[in-house]
Write a new protein. Structure first.
Length: 404
């Protein structure tokens, strides 16, 4: 991963690793916590709905990201979240499950603000786009090898409040690391443009770049059914494996291990095959993982989780690389937000459907539908491939040219 040669990126990656560890340890445990408090699979699945809901207004966050300095914005977000997660120390009964949902909603806002990806455009030259995205995704997914088990262990040994304190500390550490960076950012988008055209500029750019629109459509289509899994997985664990809800942490750890391999593999695939072909491979692997979940055995569940982990970084890095290469610096926020809004809207609808159907429909039907959708995404990308656009230079590229 050649992006690691850049000191700024290494420190940004270190802060992201610490923050991601705390995030995944906590928010992946929120579903277990909700299940234990209420005894309801639907209540557990609603945690993931609240995580996805903020994406419905993502263009507002993208507009903000393009109008301000990204590093100070990230510092403010980390500080706010350190305080928000501490509210979980107040939860001790089913009547207070709304606090879990409120924290999940705040997490959703944090995840929907596309400041990290936008900052990468300024920090790194275009040649490092794939390497940087691969490193970030590998770290984010890789921490899931240990963090869900660590989170579940702290939760079971102490309580959710102790886990919240640990997560708050990781936010503070990430804040300190980010504050130490000296970044030359592109100039923020100037004020004065009509609000609606400015906010929706990301959607217009997606439409103008066929490769980006095709990859975005595929992700949105997948999310239209993949959200069913966020509820179905608890039913599968309960009814298929007859395991406690905490087994979700084991599946997530296995998925994290698969994601480390997927992140390392994705960089090579994108560089050799391009964004479109790589994404189609990712969706095909995802379909295979969903299909394996139809067999109610421990081995099949673990294999399915590993394949999910392997697949997600591949199509995620492919789309992220395309965004970084083919979008101007001060459209990065709005294009990222447009992608997030489309996929999150679809995901929110499917999570809601899953919460409503989990008691009425066999979880295997849900997984079969997810597998069929992923195969459709593969075909969507491969049929009549979109042309590769021209790369939009970054200020890091301009610095290299001026120094030559």
């Amino acid at each position: 991963m050649t992006a690691l040669r850049h000191p700024l990126f290494r420190r940004l990656l270190a802060g992201e690793a610490v923050s991601s560890f705390g995030d995944s340890a906590l928010y992946l445990s929120l579903g277990i916590w909700a299940k234990d408090l209420t005894g309801s699979d639907s209540a557990a699945g609603l945690v993931f709905l609240f995580l996805a809901l903020p994406g419905l207004v993502a263009p507002l966050y993208g507009h903000l990201v393009d109008r301000v300095r990204r590093r100070p914005l990230l510092i403010a977000m980390y500080g706010t979240m350190a305080l928000v997660v501490l509210s979980l120390t107040l939860v001790d009964s089913a009547d207070q499950v709304w606090i879990l949902y409120a924290v999940a909603l705040a997490y959703g806002v944090t995840f929907s603000v596309p400041a990290h990806g936008a900052l990468l455009k300024d920090i790194l030259p275009s040649a490092e786009a794939t390497s940087a995205r691969a490193a970030l995704i590998t770290v984010r997914q890789g921490v899931r090898i240990a963090s869900p088990v660590a989170g579940a262990g702290i939760y079971l040994a102490f309580d959710g409040g102790a886990l919240a304190v640990v997560d708050a500390v990781t936010f503070v550490v990430a804040l300190v690391v980010l504050a130490s960076l000296k970044v030359v950012e592109s100039e923020p988008e100037p004020a004065g443009q009509p609000f609606l055209p400015a906010v929706t500029a990301g959607f217009r750019h997606l439409r103008r770049v066929p490769l980006l629109s095709r990859l975005t459509l595929a992700l949105t289509l997948l999310m239209a059914t993949a959200g069913l899994m966020d509820t179905a997985v608890f039913a599968a664990i309960d009814r298929g494996l007859e395991q406690p809800a905490a087994f979700f942490g084991v599946l997530t750890t296995v998925q994290g291990a698969g994601s480390v391999i997927g992140g390392l593999l994705a960089g090579m695939l994108v560089r050799r095959l391009g964004e479109a072909s790589s994404a189609s491979i990712g969706y095909a692997i995802f379909a295979l993982g969903a299909g394996i979940f139809l067999v109610p055995s421990l081995g099949s569940f673990l294999a399915g989780a590993a394949l999910y982990g392997l697949a997600i970084p591949i199509f995620d890095i492919a789309l992220g690389t395309a965004q970084q290469l083919y979008v101007p610096a001060r459209l990065q926020g709005r294009v990222g937000a447009a992608i997030d809004m489309l996929s999150s809207t679809a995901q929110s609808a499917s999570i809601t459907a899953g919460a409503a159907l989990v008691g009425l429909v066999d979880y295997r039907i849900m997984y079969a539908l997810i597998a069929l959708t992923a195969l459709t995404c593969t075909a969507l990308i491969l049929v009549r491939p979109a042309p590769v656009p021209e790369i939009v230079p970054s200020i890091a590229d301009e610095r290299i040219v001026s120094q030559a």
